[in-house]
Design a binder for this molecule. Sequence first.
Ligand code: HEM
Length: 178
Amino acid sequence: MAQRSDHSTVSGDENGGEEHPTSPVVAEIEAKSTESAVAVIGHPVHAMLVHFPIALAIAVLGCDLLVWITGDPFFARAGTWAAGGAFLSGALASLVGIVEVLLVPGIRARAASWTHASAGMTFLAALAASWGLRLVGLPVVPDALALSLICTVLAGVAGYHGGKLIFEEGIGINMSRG
Ligand code: HEM
């Protein structure tokens, strides 16, 4: 067992069989604060907002599939509203995420934050295209449907990498180390 900078140990298993002390670069990153800069009573606001774009992006896909199956134009209108809601709530969530990345040293220092930020911005760009093109009359099947499929996949990618920030990097978790 090797010693970590926070006095925990790194087992041979964790290090792929090799036992060695945590690198000073990793120790320096781990020492930086990861406390959320935009939080309500300790709860990161970004984490509260991201459910809306994710759920609405999936709702758009549902609407598009219902247009395809039923041909009812009601679902095309509902899809346009849902796409608008997804984009606007995604823009708000992303704004808060950007503030977190810029203001919190421990978030900014982690490569995983930038991977997630890139995925989030790509998702937001796809939502903008999905909403904007619907507003100018893009046919739902197959064009807008293809876009909503892409948005749903990107929601999964952004959400997965966001979750990794919380569960693997410990960002936004306010917990005593004992
Ligand atoms: C609409 C696009 C985005 C989605 C769907 C999204 C999704 C997520 C999710 C699911 C989490 C984990 C929350 C939890 O498990 O409680 C998260 C955390 C996080 N995301 Fe995003 N994200 C988006 C955009 C961004 C952008 C553009 C940035 C930064 C430039 C960003 C920065 C962060 C940070 C710093 C965290 C850690 C928690 C916090 O400090 O608030 N996100 N995100």
